[in-house]
Design a protein around this ligand. Structure first.
Ligand code: PLP
Length: 473
């Protein structure tokens, strides 16, 4: 494709995107396709000859769009917000346009230095101390794995440069909450700790936050058994209920053993942009690493996850490789992001943040987050005031965990009722919610924060929840 052919095709595609985004409210929120339906609609073999763009766009409408759950829909309350703001989409297009190869500073100096600047902007906007240094990862899962390896290597005195974990005299132990995201235990396994060396520390039965005394007891028991506490992952804004582990106390306990503290604030990190929410993150500057996702609530299009560390030199010692073909004369003077994480080749993700922050402005982002917090409080109050409905966890952010509990329904019968009305809502196409287990029983998470969701949408949702639950009795 020549640049002139691209110009024509891209204008058509941009029009398609703008039209598509405008009509999202008229689409069903949850994709209604059956497994295999999309695959069956596509040819078995790749085309030998070029096809017209019009045919490809027609298939986008006919085949692809029905196979997308519309996370940009005002009725999307599932999982967590996954906003794909159009200003950041422009940055994504620009990133492809400049085609920067991010393997070293030399391969695209702007790619490295814009990333340094935007991670510093966001550090400041989040009220984090100046010693934090940030890099963009693809996802929080990768950020947690990187932190896990850094924690492992600090506890094992850089064992990877010798015989690795196989020669470590004391088994290393990792700690987290049973409410932590599944990417945390996954990182523990991938970093070679072994599932026997993963402790799920008890949480408070009301707030679902880690109990510091239980952490202290677990660490002391491990030390008595000849093991070494290596890392604690504190969850700030858990996936189930957006609970906040007490990071200040966790840092204090971990420091007795020299254990690394990683903060997983994948969802909640956006709330650090709001000074009135910073109390939820008290003590965070004492941690060793923090991960959070602009690609969730803040609205930077996937993928864009931030990982901040305080001791970058240690991280580089863990992650650095220096093949001769990547050497340059300025290596001592520049940041090499290849040494701050796992991949060599990096996309120019910083442009997504750069475009979003410049074109939207921080004040508008803050206003949207505040709108969502107020909407969640409105819904929580409405649910709490309604007979036979219950709010099941503190609403610290924008997610409300709720259940319809009609008299006489308990145990598995209550579970069947909860799943029936949640599934009916999702099948109806007007809204999408996530049923999830809490204390072994099904409940429904209503996670407010799609960019398009206004108070009237939340009010309509509440009507829909009541009508659907009543009709499922
Ligand atoms: N941590 C928390 C608290 C999450 O809620 C999620 C996803 O929802 C993740 C980590 C994983 O995020 P990612 O998809 O960026 O790996």
């Amino acid at each position: 494709m020549t640049p002139e052919e691209f110009r024509a095709a891209a204008h058509t595609l941009v029009d398609w995107v703008a039209d598509h985004r405008s009509r999202i409210p008229s689409l069903p929120v949850a994709s209604q396709v059956k497994p295999g339906e999309i695959r069956d609609a596509l040819p078995t073999h790749a085309p030998e000859q070029p096809e017209p763009l019009a045919d490809v766009l027609a298939d986008l409408d006919r085949i692809i769009v029905p196979g997308i759950t519309q996370t940009q829909h005002p009725g999307f309350y599932g999982w967590f917000p996954s906003n794909a703001g159009l200003a950041s989409l422009l940055g994504d297009i620009a990133s492809g346009g400049v085609a920067g190869l991010g393997i070293t500073w030399q391969s695209a100096p702007a790619l490295t230095e814009v990333e340094q600047v935007v991670t510093e902007w966001l550090r400041e906007l989040c009220g984090l101390a100046p010693e934090w240094k940030g890099a963009i990862q693809d996802t929080a899962s990768t950020g947690t794995l990187v932190a896990m390896i850094a924690g492992r290597e600090r506890a094992s005195e850089l064992s990877e440069h010798g015989a690795g974990l196989q020669a470590v005299a004391q088994p290393l132990v990792a700690y987290t909450s049973p409410q932590a995201h599944s990417s945390v235990p996954k990182a523990v396994l991938l970093a070679g700790f072994g599932s026997e060396n993963l402790r799920f520390v008890d949480v408070d039965p009301v707030a679902y936050a880690m109990l510091p005394d239980a952490l202290a007891a677990a660490m002391a028991a491990d030390v008595a058994a000849g093991k070494r506490p290596a890392i604690v992952v504190a969850a700030l804004g858990t996936t189930g209920t957006t609970a906040f582990d007490p990071v200040a106390e966790i840092v204090e306990i971990a420091s007795e053993y020299g254990a690394w503290v990683h903060v997983d604030a994948a969802m909640a990190g956006s709330a650090m942009l709001l000074p009135e929410c910073r109390h939820l993150f008290a003590g965070i500057d004492g941690a060793d690493s923090i991960g959070w996702n602009p690609h969730k609530w803040m609205g930077t299009i996937l993928d864009c996850s931030l990982l901040y560390v305080r001791d970058v030199d240690h991280l580089v010692r863990c992650m650095s490789t220096t093949p001769s073909y990547l050497r340059s004369a300025v290596d001592d003077d520049v940041v090499q992001y290849k040494d701050w994480g796992i991949p060599l080749g990096r996309r120019f993700r910083a442009l997504k943040l750069w475009f979003q922050l410049r074109l939207d402005g921080v004040e508008a982002i803050r206003a949207r987050l505040r709108r969502d917090l107020a909407n969640a409080q409105w819904l929580a109050d409405a649910v709490a005031a309604e007979p036979d409905w219950r709010v099941l966890a503190p609403v610290d952010l924008q997610t409300v965990c709720l259940r319809h509990e009609p008299p006489g329904l308990h145990g598995e019968a209550l579970d069947r009722h909860t799943l029936a009305w949640a599934d009916a809502i999702n099948a109806g196409g007007k809204a999408f919610v996530s049923p999830s287990l809490l204390d072994g029983r099904w409940m429904v998470r209503v996670s407010i924060g799609a960019e398009a969701t206004e108070r009237a949408d939340v009010q309509a949702l509440w009507e829909l929840l009541r009508a659907t639950a009543a009709s499922c009795r």
